[in-house]
Design a protein around this ligand. Sequence first.
Ligand code: NG6
Ligand code: CA
Length: 502
Amino acid sequence: MINKLLIISLFLSGVGVFAQQRPNVVLIYADDLGYGDLSCYGATKVKTPNIDRLASQGLRFKNAYATAATCTPSRYSLMTGEYAWRQKGTGIAPGNASLIIKPGRSTLPGVFKSAGYQTGAVGKWHLGLGGPEGPNWNGEVKPGPLELGFTNSYIMAATGDRVPCVYVENHRVVNLDPKDPIQVDYKQKIGDWPTGSENPEKLKMKHSHGHDMTIVNGVGRIGWMTGGKAALWKDEDMADVFTSQAVKFIEANQKKPFFLFFATHDVHVPRVPHPRFVGKSGLGARGDALLEFDWEVGEVLKTLDRLGLANNTIVMLSSDNGPVVDDGYQDQAVEKLGGHKPAGPLRGGKYSAFEAGTRVPLLIRWPGQVKVGVSEAPISQVDFLADFATLLGQTFNQADSPDSENQLNALLGHDPTGRSVIVEHAGTLSIVQKKPGEARWKYIEPSNGESYSKNTNTELGNNPKPQLYNLTDDIGEKKNVADLHPDRVQQMKQQLDKIRNK
Ligand code: NG6
Ligand code: CA
C-alpha cells in the first residue's frame, strides 16, 4: 500500500509527462440530505438508483461527518480546513452577506488550483459575496469563489429560500438588465413587490414558518428584493440549470485535470422540483426532490462515461448537514412522508447536536484506486483539504487550516481507523471518539439551548447536563449514560477543551 501511494504521489508531484493522468475530482455536495435518505443507506420508501450505482462501484462510509448541523459553517470548514466555530460570523449567512472567507488563505479549491487544476464551483454557495460593504449585484460581484481558488463559478449566492433569486456567473449576475437594477434588503421591505405576509393569495406554496417576505415565482422568501426581473430564477428549472453547468464544465475541461464542486440545491427548501419529478416519489415534495437529486448525480456519471473520464475521476458525494422535513414551507413533505426515515436510525436532524445533525452520507469512487465496499472509518469533511493536498503533493498553510488532518488513506479505503476524534457543531459542541478495543463514545457538552424546535420538529440535543452515549450499542442516542461514566465524561470534556483551545 505504502508503495502504491508513493508511486501515486510521485507521478502526481508535477512531472509534466504525467500531467494528464492526474485524477479529476468531482465533489457532489447535497443540501440537507440525511443519513437515511438514499437506498444505498437503507432507505426503502425511495429509490436512488444512480447514487446506488456510485456506492456499488466505490466506498460507502458509515461514520462520515459534516462539521456542522447547518450549511454555512459546514461549507466554511470544507473550504478552509478550519472549524467554523473558531470564527465569528460563520453562522447561517443572509443572502446579502459579505464573503466570510478571507482571500489569500489556503482553501480546498486553492489546493487544486496550485496543482494546475481547473476548478469549478456550481450551485449553492452560501459563504457570502463581496467586501465589507456586501455584494454589488449590479456591478462586479466580488470577491467570491474566484478569489478563493475557483477558476469558474456559476452559483446562487445563498439558498433557494433567500433573495436575491438570481444566478451569479463568475463576477456577474446572469441576464441582468442594467436598466432594472437589483435591490436587496434584509432589514426592511424594499420596492413594491408582493410579500408572503401581505399577499398570501399570490403564493403557489405557503410558508409554515418564516419565508413570508418578497414573493418570487410564487414562493415567499427570506429577505426583500426588487428589480432584476429578467435575471430571476425559476425554481422548477434550478436542477436543470446547475446540472447543465456542471456538465458544461466537465466537457470544457475534459483534457485538463479538473476539480468540480457541484453543490446542488436539492433537497433544501423551497422544494419545487421540475414537473417531470412531481408526484413521482409518492412521498411529496421532499421525496420528489430526492429523485431530482439522484437524476443530477446520474447526469454527472453519464457525462464522465460518455467522455471516457470515469476511470480517471474521483467522484465523491456528501451533504452539508442532516435532514429536516418541515423547514418553513407547507410542501406536504410531512403529510406524505409515508414512513420514510430521512435520518435512518439516527436521532435528531438538521440543527441538532444528536448524530443526525452532522453524520451524513459519504461515497467515494475511484476505479482501481478506492476500495469497493463499506468503511467504518470516522471521516470529517474538514480533512478534505489536507487529503487532497497530500494526494496532489501540495503544501498548504497549516495555520490557515488548523483542523485539517491528512486522512487520505482512510478516504481511499486503505485505513480502517480514520480520525481519532470527530467534532460536531450545532451551536453546542460534541465529540465522538473510538479508541482501539473500545466502543464508539459520544459526549455532548452541556448547553442551555432549547431542547426541541417546534417549528421543524427537531430534537436539538441541548441539555444543561453533560450527555454521554455509547454509539456502538445505542446508535439512536436513547440512553444518556453520563452519570455511570464520570471519568469518561471528564476525559472527553478535557479532550474537547484541548481542541477548542488549540
Ligand atoms: C433557517 C431557515 C431555513 C433554512 C435555514 C438554512 C427560517 C424560518 N428558517 O433560518 O428555512 O433556510 O435557515 O439552511 O427562515 S441551510 O441548510 O442553508 O443551513
Ligand atoms: Ca444545508
